[in-house]
Design a protein around this ligand. Structure first.
Ligand code: SF4
Length: 279
């Protein structure tokens, strides 16, 4: 008989709410994406705004620090602006995006939305989480898609001009040393006048480690967060819509513990830091 030795992570506090605005709709196809996309790009599986309102009511008592919009590409949601305004009333919002919608016009608009919100009662902010795989354009685009590197650098540049804070997540596909990555990204930021941007270096997944050879992590996204999807509540964006990450149907009654038994959980253990959470 084999005994399951996977660590169990308890939800400490619900500080982070991830919202999967769409599971399968994206305007791009990154080669390294962990989502199993349908061949057609026409899937319209957008999460209804009423489900989001209901979830926010159910967790009224939770001390939410940040709501993360994930996908698919969350900015393809037809009610994106209304959902953003709704969530900003509650706490900070982080948009996890492939950056392709972040042109000057859109960023100017998002600044207006943030400012309008500040004029009311809260001073909640909008953050952005973008990602690259390498500081070299061609190497990064091989892992993402052609043109992605330029779009991302351009978006970070404009976001800096509008005083937005961003996190650039590096999926360390090439397994470079942190020092090499930090030095080269610092140069890139300087050349492109990118400021207010933190680097978050993550292990690339899947990792070549066996689940039972890794130690329990000190920090995982599932210790402080849950994700809302069309199909209910799940442990984290990696395991959204995967039965192994299912935590319940709604936020009225959901599980506070996760058995970290998947390959993604192994990546979290090796990373030993947030994969999605910023700051
Ligand atoms: S993959 Fe998700 S459930 Fe598993 S350890 Fe990481 S954050 Fe937790």
């Amino acid at each position: 008989m084999s005994i399951c030795t996977a660590p169990v992570y308890k939800l400490d506090k619900l500080n982070n709410l991830f919202i999967e605005l769409t599971a399968k709709n994206c305007n791009q196809r990154c080669s390294s994406c962990y989502i199993d996309f349908p061949i057609s790009k026409k899937t319209k599986d957008f999460l209804a705004i009423d489900k989001i309102k209901k979830a926010l009511e159910d967790i009224q008592e939770s001390d939410l620090h940040c709501i993360y919009f994930t996908g698919g590409e969350p900015m393809t949601h037809p009610d994106f602006n209304a959902i953003l305004r709704l969530c900003l009333k509650r706490c900070n919002v982080c948009i996890c995006t492939n950056s392709s919608f972040l042109n000057e016009k859109k960023i100017r608009f998002l600044k207006k939305v943030e400012d309008e919100n500040g004029e009311n009662t809260t001073h909640n902010q909008i953050f952005f989480r973008l990602s690259l795989a390498h500081f070299d354009e061609q190497e990064s685009d091989k892992v993402k898609y052609r043109g992605h590197f330029r779009q991302t650098i351009s978006a970070l540049k404009i976001l800096s001009r509008y005083n937005f804070t961003s996190v650039l997540s590096i999926q360390n596909f090439y397994q470079l040393s942190y020092m090499v990555l930090q030095e080269n990204f610092a140069k890139l930021f300087l050349q492109n006048e990118i400021t207010n941007t933190d680097l978050q270096i993550n292990v690339s997944y899947p990792v070549n480690e066996k689940n039972d050879s890794v130690y329990p992590a000190q920090k995982t996204d599932c210790m402080y967060g849950r994700i809302l999807t069309q199909n209910g509540v799940y442990s984290c964006p990696f395991l959204s819509n995967d039965y192994r990450g299912r935590m319940g149907a709604t936020f009225k009654d959901y599980s506070k513990s996760v058995t970290a038994e998947t390959d993604f959980c192994t990546a979290c253990s090796v990373n030993n830091n947030w994969m999605f959470t910023i700051g």
